[in-house]
Ligand binder design. Structure first.
Ligand SMILES: O=c1ccn([C@@H]2O[C@H](COP(=O)(O)OP(=O)(O)O[C@H]3O[C@H](CO)[C@@H](O)[C@H](O)[C@H]3O)[C@@H](O)[C@H]2O)c(=O)[nH]1
Ligand SMILES: [Mg+2]
Length: 240
């Protein structure tokens, strides 16, 4: 799906997206410190297509996920083999010490960094409501034009409580093929490369609990929310 090359890892000294800080404080008389990142809040949207009875998800390459897989592959290489989540294995090269210098020989395939997610976006436009931002993300990433008033707020929660503590607000959008105005795929100007994928309703629970499919907690939670709140309107199979 993706072709990722010319990979370089460099220190992040300044960012529009993350700002690292250290909080020093006393808790019940004990001196403590905690390192955290300031980042944007976000919205996510569970999209259900009533024409095809499918959930509409996005699939994209996530550098942070990829680097976790790279760390894992590196450890395994030093033990003798490179292995990725999908179970692809390759023998490590002869002359391990020389290979250790050239990290490119240890990069896992790009697919190791691709995850299934709800359509989602950062809250980085102060003049827009959460619903408006969610509406824009549904249009840009998935190609469905739905009015903001049709977005139903599911709930909000803190994501990454140890590192960012940012709030994510989740919405539900019911769409039909008539609302589909483009193929989606994200904003090319922002360098977004997103694949729109459909998960049939009857496969949703199996999909949610299949650990071989890398995905966010939002996908799992929202499928369960749908099961609890939208059935019996739409029947969902739960043979897990
Ligand atoms: O280091 C960075 C970070 C972001 N971007 C740009 O910023 C955009 C952010 O896209 P957006 O759709 O607004 O946010 P997402 O990356 O989809 O992140 C959302 O979706 C994630 C998965 O659900 C959640 O973890 C996040 O909290 C949530 O904001 C990207 O496409 C890039 O264009 C960069 O170029 N470099
Ligand atoms: Mg996004």
């Amino acid at each position: 799906m993706e072709e990722i090359n010319n990979i370089e890892v460099v220190p992040c000294t300044e960012s529009n997206y993350l700002k690292p800080f250290r909080l020093l404080y006393n808790q019940n008389g004990t001196k403590k410190s905690w390192d955290f990142m300031r980042t944007h809040d976000s919205v996510s949207v569970l999209i259900f297509n009533t024409t095809s009875h499918c959930f509409v998800l996005v699939k994209q390459f996530r550098p942070a996920v990829y680097m976790c897989e790279w760390e894992k592959a590196k450890t395994k290489t030093s033990q003798g083999a490179v292995k990725t989540e999908e179970g692809e294995a390759s023998e490590s090269q002869e002359g391990q010490s020389a290979a250790a210098e050239d990290t490119s020989s240890q990069w896992p395939p790009a697919s190791a960094g691709v995850t299934y997610e709800l359509c989602a976006g950062l809250v980085d436009k102060p003049d827009l409501s959460l619903e408006e931002i969610a509406r824009q993300e549904v249009l840009e990433e998935c190609g469905y034009d739905v009015p903001a008033s049709k977005l139903k707020r599911i709930t909000s929660y803190r994501s990454g409580v140890g590192v960012t503590g940012a709030k994510q607000t989740m919405f539900y959008a019911e769409v039909s093929d008539d609302n589909c105005v483009s193929a989606g795929g994200g904003e090319p100007r922002e360098g977004e490369l997103i694949e729109v994928v459909k998960v049939p309703l009857h496969e949703a629970m199996t999909f949610a609990y299949d650990e071989r499919i890398p995905k966010t907690m939002g996908v799992i939670f929202s499928f369960i929310w749908f099961h609890n709140n939208m059935s019996p309107k739409y029947k969902i199979s739960t043979n897990v």
